[in-house]
Design a protein around this ligand. Sequence first.
Ligand SMILES: CC(C)(COP(=O)(O)OP(=O)(O)OC[C@H]1O[C@@H](n2cnc3c(N)ncnc32)[C@H](O)[C@@H]1OP(=O)(O)O)[C@@H](O)C(=O)NCCC(=O)NCCS
Length: 172
Amino acid sequence: MTVKLKKCNREDLKILQKISIETFNDTFKDQNSPENMKAYLEKAFNLIQLEKELSNISSVFFFVYVRNEVAGYLKVNINDAQSEEMGDETLEIERIYIKNQFQKHGLGKYMLNHAMEIARERNKKKIWLGVWEKNENAIAFYKKMGFVQTAAHAFYMGDEKQTDFIMMKTLL
Ligand SMILES: CC(C)(COP(=O)(O)OP(=O)(O)OC[C@H]1O[C@@H](n2cnc3c(N)ncnc32)[C@H](O)[C@@H]1OP(=O)(O)O)[C@@H](O)C(=O)NCCC(=O)NCCS
């Protein structure tokens, strides 16, 4: 399998929107109401919002390609771009999404390793993320990758208040 990563820029905006909506839908639509899904998708993945995130110097998006197809994406945040106030010694993985047909082939691990490389280059001590308490698949993946639950925070899916586990890994 030929795999490569590419940092996203503004020309990638439309593709980023498409894969963000597709993977979010595939992951969460069975456990959430259509109204809440629609509200979240419109708020999180409209072009203005994504363009703003792409131009934030403390956030970076990457596409992972298998052969020449975009198979997934990663978004990492540092400093003020992190969705919780964690300080400047941590890096957040805000999004790590692999399209259904490419899951369980090592791509999630590949992207996570890339996030850890960025964290080390920037002298971060820890890497963290928020994951929905009902997303058992992702939680099992993160545990396998050495993350432990340290806290929880609220996450709004439309008007529904949900609980995200905060999971953390110390970089050696
Ligand atoms: C969660 C996700 C990123 C994992 O990526 P992936 O490419 O499917 O996982 P990988 O193939 O890289 O797996 C890496 C390791 O984790 C293990 N793993 C992956 N999913 C697992 C699961 N559900 N249960 C137990 N182990 C799991 C693999 O067996 C593998 O172990 P190994 O290193 O011993 O071979 C991917 O499944 C995904 O995009 N899911 C939908 C979106 C989502 O939930 N994103 C996270 C939002 S917080």
